[in-house]
Design a protein around this ligand. Structure first.
Ligand code: AQP
Length: 335
């Protein structure tokens, strides 16, 4: 029996932080051997907010290198850059034409990001979820491993599939409905400066997040300054202590210990004892990723060959789905 397929991606906007790692990439690594995997760097998504053309290409390579550094294994996975497969943009257009506008204006991420941008909101920001649907559907993915914040977009993708199949499928399922894969632990890593807000690349404060490529000095400084509370004794799941829950969860994920082990270890600790422990654990967990990242970035030829192979495999599949969609919609195919 053939393996189920996975598609997921991260935008090349800024440094990847622990939220991106625990919400997405680490899960990809843990489950990759059970699936056929397509992991892309979603650079078309990156221009839905103002971007820097001078760094876009390099940032995309950097994210691909981080995928490898975090443990994505080419034996199981294809890594490619979204804009290198033009079917993503083409399918987006076709799906746009069957997606009701109010489905998009209802999206939480759109509302939040549009508010931040004031009057300069581009159509691309509104259309982001349709592009994401196209990314997933081109590969007829069964599962999409993401953080909690992307759940609504996957639900929208499923609605688009139902609508498309109903309108054009003639009883057949031309497009496959994907399921989100959201892990409980790490699905929502919170900001270091406010335990009620998610850790996010677009937070103006660098102190709010730990990036995968932060130096030991930066990590030390960020944890030293992170928000805590005046109580002694550290516990999980106290709604009055969101920062405490977040920092313990980060420690649990970075150390590989179980929730119970961490709860027992930290039950009588104060912040003065916990912060150096979290700092050391974070630095040690990120060191091998940073070393592998540097090695991959120093071998540009290798990275390019990975992306070339990934694109070839991705494109073959994507074009085949795109042609099925076009046929169903009544288009003639190129001769
Ligand atoms: N804080 C988070 N906790 C858990 N998972 C998270 N993800 C993002 N933030 C957290 C997951 O990371 C994957 C990549 O998402 P993306 O490329 O869309 O990342 P992003 O939106 O650029 O990153 P941010 O930090 O979420 O950006 P802004 O500041 O724009 O909001 C996804 O699977 C996502 O769920």
């Amino acid at each position: 029996m053939s393996r189920q397929r996975i598609l997921s991606g991260v935008q090349p906007t800024g440094n990847l932080h622990l939220g991106n790692y625990f919400g997405a990439i680490r899960n990809w690594v843990e489950i990759q051997s059970q699936f056929e995997n397509y992991f892309c760097v979603v650079d078309l998504h990156a221009i839905t907010v103002p971007h820097n053309p001078a760094t876009l290409a390099q940032d995309s390579y950097s994210i691909a290198a981080l995928y490898l550094a975090c443990g994505i294994d080419l034996q199981y996975a294809n890594i490619f850059i979204q804009s290198h497969v033009s079917a993503h943009a083409e399918l987006t257009w076709l799906l746009n034409c069957i997606t009701p506008l109010n489905w998009l204006t209802d999206m939480i991420q759109y509302k939040e990001k549009a508010q931040k941008q004031g009057e300069n909101v581009g159509v691309g920001l509104l259309d982001y979820p349709v592009l994401m649907a196209a990314d997933i559907l081109l590969y007829q993915a069964d599962k999409v491993p993401v953080g909690e914040d992307q759940k609504q977009h996957i639900e929208l993708t499923r609605d688009i599939v139902d609508r498309f199949n109903h309108l054009f499928g003639k009883g057949e399922k031309v497009l496959k409905s994907p399921e989100p894969l959201i892990r409980k632990e790490g699905a929502r890593v919170m900001s270091l400066t406010d335990g009620t807000k998610k850790m996010s690349k677009s937070d103006p404060s660098e102190l709010s997040r730990i990036n995968l490529l932060d130096s030991p000095e930066e990590i030390t400084k960020k944890i030293k300054k992170c928000k805590t509370d005046p109580q002694r004794g550290l516990v999980f799941d106290d709604p009055e202590r969101p920062e405490c829950n977040n920092l313990l969860t980060m420690y649990m994920l970075l150390s590989g210990k179980s929730k119970q082990e961490v709860a027992d270890e930290c039950a009588d600790m104060g912040w003065g004892q916990f912060k150096p422990l979290l700092t050391e654990t974070t630095i040690n967990a990120l060191k091998p990723i940073q070393e592998k990242y540097q090695a991959v970035m120093d071998d540009r030829g290798y990275l390019e060959s990975v992306l070339r192979d990934g694109r070839e495999k991705a494109e073959a599949l994507a074009v085949s789905t795109l042609n099925e969609v076009k046929k169903a919609m009544g288009y003639s195919l190129p001769i």
